[in-house]
Ligand binder design. Sequence first.
Ligand code: SF4
Ligand code: SF4
Length: 438
Amino acid sequence: MKTEFSLAQLADPDIAEADKILRACVHCGFCTATCPTYVLLGDELDSPRGRIYLIKEMLEKNRPPTPEVVKHIDRCLSCLACMTTCPSGVNYMHLVDQARARIEKDYSRPLPERLLRAALAWVLPRPGPFRAGMILARLVRPLAALLPSPRTASATPTSWRRIKAMLALAPGRLPAPGPSGGSVFPAEGERRGRVALLQGCAQQVLAPRINQAAINLLTRHGTEVVLVKDEQCCGALTHHLGRDDDALARARANIAVWLAEADRGGLDAILVTTSGCGTVIKDYGFMLREDRDFAAAAAKVSALARDITEYIGGIDLRPTQQRGDVVIAYHSACSLQHGQKITQAPKELLSKNGFVVKDVPESHLCCGSAGTYNILQPDIANKLRDRKVANIAMVKPDMIAAGNIGCIVQIAGGTSVPVVHTIELLDWATGGPRPGLN
Ligand code: SF4
Ligand code: SF4
């Protein structure tokens, strides 16, 4: 794609990066076929190619974002299916990240939406307030029926509709909190490795059982696990809301505490059980490339970051019994398959450890979770969830496995089949408790 940035514009490293990305696009349109919003809405401007044109216009002309641009960028899930499909290697992720940051800086949203976004950006990364918010949401959920509802589903939802979606996502009950930062779990027997395990923010409130399963499995197989003190949310949630100052501050804080831990006790890896977070941590090196004080450290942290299944793939697991009678539908989280290009390892681990693993039809399509997307764009998100659940039902599973808490919550909202994390199943196969019973 031909671009017309001026030399002065190209002096800005972000614009230079956007220029490189835009020039790689040959506007072939292959990406449209796998884009969930194009598949659902059929509008070119809700396809990757359409969005690329909108972003190009906005950046090239240095124009403030128009409501039209904001509408179509907001509808993008950042699922990155387009990056998997693109034959030219267009880095849509870095382009749309830049567009979201520009929108956040230069566009004035209606006040109720600004307040809702600010509340999400403040509450979600903080486990204490998030827990309190979930309890409050559960209490006021019966009142949700009194909130005004649009007659038809809309691709531009009202604030009431978004609040209703948020209340609907609150769980019936919250589990007790898991172990706190600073905890160390020694390896059983001879120590073969030492890792930090990302505590996560929403996940540690909604499903501490996931990291517990990871700790159980790792320590059982000779890996010491550290929950690093003073670790924060990885920044993914605010990054996807375009609030880059917040996201980068969190990245810097995490880099400092993780590398201090690595200096103190050694770290073979920083393990992540939420693939949405893993994708962003692996991108810290890029996000902080212009920060003289942090660029090298950020690259080091990105190189240490591993999805839990990547690390487990290098361990000789010792299954205690075969689960050949349990059929697992493997839901490939977008952040894992498109963001990190991890597609086979989780399925191979499950089959090697005795489960019958089934691929889900249309597995490239997002389930609609996508960070805060299922709150901010609930009608599109619900359609994607229903489509995902219908596809999953076709393989008649006993359980559904996924590697991302957002997907687990989203899919569980549309099915009675237990939805569990891949690591919970692997823990079960190697001596841990059966998941999906609570
Ligand atoms: S597939 Fe890639 S090159 Fe083709 S239009 Fe989409 S982003 Fe551009
Ligand atoms: S990230 Fe997903 S929703 Fe956004 S343009 Fe790409 S395929 Fe479409």
